[in-house]
Design a binder for this molecule. Sequence first.
Ligand code: GRF
Length: 191
Amino acid sequence: MKQDHQKHIAIFASGKGSNAQAIIDYFKGNESIKVALIVTNNKTAGVIQIAKENRIPFDIVSPKELKDEEMLDMLDVYEIDLIVLAGFLLLIPAFLIQAYPDKIINIHPALLPKHGGKGMYGKHVHEAVLSNKDAETGITIHYVNEHYDEGAYITQIGCHVEPGDNVEALAAKVQKLEHEHYPQEIEKLLS
Ligand code: GRF
């Protein structure tokens, strides 16, 4: 049961979960905002270990289960106010978007509308930045709609692509921005 003033976050993640970890760490001890649930579609995702270590309930959903309206019951049980996608690779179904208007957000490791869309995740994004010879990359935090990476922007933060940067260097720079800014933007949205 949550207190009246408390806001609950559900993090949806498919992979390592470094953003999930950054968000959990940021809100540790916060009485107003709590990570109440982790949802993944990948039973080997690192984020499951993170959930266990932090004693956060988690659920592993199949693509079919994600599309089932029973998802709403689970989100209700945990009294979720905001769904935070952090490297979640499945498309969010329309009924969830309708049930949580402007309450589902995503982070993308590039300056959208560049290098977004289905299949543009992880190193694929940074490879595209390099092959495009972009002078700048960064992060986009945005609302989620029915299309990959197309919802309205909440904020974008850029960083320079330096001569000699490779995929790993870009990934490290961008991830640093993600870990710093995603928790702060979540806090702003919930305050
Ligand atoms: C992040 O780069 C995020 O921008 C993207 O997926 C990646 C997830 O990484 N949407 P992690 O699992 O949080 O480490």
